[in-house]
Design a protein around this ligand. Sequence first.
Ligand SMILES: [Fe+2]
Ligand SMILES: [Fe+2]
Length: 221
Amino acid sequence: MPMVTAHDVQNDPELNAFIAAANGQLAALGYTEHGHRHARLVGQRAAEVLRRLGYAEREAELAYVAGYLHDIGNLIHRQSHALSGAMLAYQALTRLGMPPHEVAVVMGAIGNHEEEHGAPVSPVAAAVVLADKSDVHRSRVQNPDPAAYDIHDRVNYAATDTRLTVDPNARVITLEVQIDTRYAQVMDYFEIFLSRMVMMREAASLLGCDYHLVINNVRLS
Ligand SMILES: [Fe+2]
Ligand SMILES: [Fe+2]
């Protein structure tokens, strides 16, 4: 049986319709962008984290698949979207012919990506957490009215550059964020991202790494 590749998943019409629908629904509710841009970026970053740390190429590819699909559950409802997304991925990946032991890894990673209920349970899950929580950027704001920005919009809008780097020798994973303090304060970032930062540290730890956070060139953890 041929392996189901990241390319197969990325070019599946049903899954792409689902990602578009999930983002459309969140946009209607005024949430930040969770569409194809976020999906591809999280997939790429998750795979890259595992590659940099020397994990097998297939594991990195599964991290791409899990990262690409992690938010599709939002097409049903924002609440419990990690769980609904894992079930949607089960059906789609099984249809594409992915073997159950690989589907299980992807499902576990998707099901555990949110900080309220999730925990990094495998290298693939940890990589998806690091990639997802590191995607803070101006381009994610899709609320058309700056006067109506909530704190999530303001912090994302203020983030002009975000970089996730992996040092395989020092075993350090670093998130570097540039915040334009005309739009949000560093404290605003912490107010909404503290629980995500804790989860990123746990994810780095599962991968045998320390986690550093650098905001505006100042190391904060
Ligand atoms: Fe999510
Ligand atoms: Fe996400």
